[in-house]
Design a protein around this ligand. Sequence first.
Ligand code: ZN
Ligand code: ZN
Length: 332
Amino acid sequence: MDIEAEFPELSGYRKVCTRLHPRAGTAGRQESSVGGPFLWPQDEPWPTCRAPHPRNRGRRVEDVHAWRRVLAEAWRRDPDVGPSQEERDILSALEQVHHVPGLSDTAPVPLLPVAQLFVRDIPGLVAPPGCDLLQVLWCPFDSHGPQSGPGVLVQWRSSSGIGAALAEPPLPEVIGDAGYVPEPCLLDPEQVVEHEYQELLSETLQEQLEAWEAEAEEAAEDSYDDESEFVTYHHDLSIAPGWKIGGYASWNVTGPSEAKCSCGESMQLLLKIDSREWDSGTLSWVPLEDRELINESEANAPTQVTVGRGGSLNIFSCPADPAHEHKVILQG
Ligand SMILES: [Zn+2]
Ligand SMILES: [Zn+2]
């Protein structure tokens, strides 16, 4: 629906973002993807985390992948009962926490590849001069930054100068949180219009939208339609759910705020990593291609990444100079 026709002032609060639409699949090294593989120079050391925090207890990366495979297969085979006793035994073995003796709190732990995005694939992705490839990695332990999230590394590079590529990156022996292990996904970028987070609109506009929603709600009740059918600004017309590049940031957990660079510039949302591509409140954003999957369990979680308690992780960059340090803000 054309909400700007109804409220022309909203056109001053409009941005275009690029939804990534991750879907299960294995990409090539030269393609954009979530969950690897990365195009990484063979002769460049794989990045590690040395921030002090415990890293010697956790699940194994391969166990996390296997656990998801066994569980998905069991539910696919038997949608009513799920895993058999035998499968439940396998699952609990795969959930086991392992201890790595002798791994100190500052031993280098290899980062996990999260997303690789080529500028040519992602409209709206603006690279620093000389670069065309964005790579995001993280340390899979909840111990970084003021919000105790994963340790995020944002790496820009030029794909043409890479030469021989690293075949297999090193993996951490154990990881702190299974939600930081992405499943391999292909991307299908799509540009959509967004509008500013509701609480950051002008007060007049906020009041107008509230009145408009109240009216729509009343009309829906009068017509005995399903109440969830009426459109709301926050859920349907503001910020796209799921992984995306650019556009507006949601402030649903911390409350409205602004990411400020140390140079004084207001930072812009570079990448949103989301735990869900949609939920019951954002069904109007489900792509047509996925409509028939809406009720399938986990269809809204193709990457299997969970950040915070099922919220989003937002990486901000500085428009004055993309080389300035990125900021990571967790929402939920
Ligand atoms: Zn770390
Ligand atoms: Zn800056």
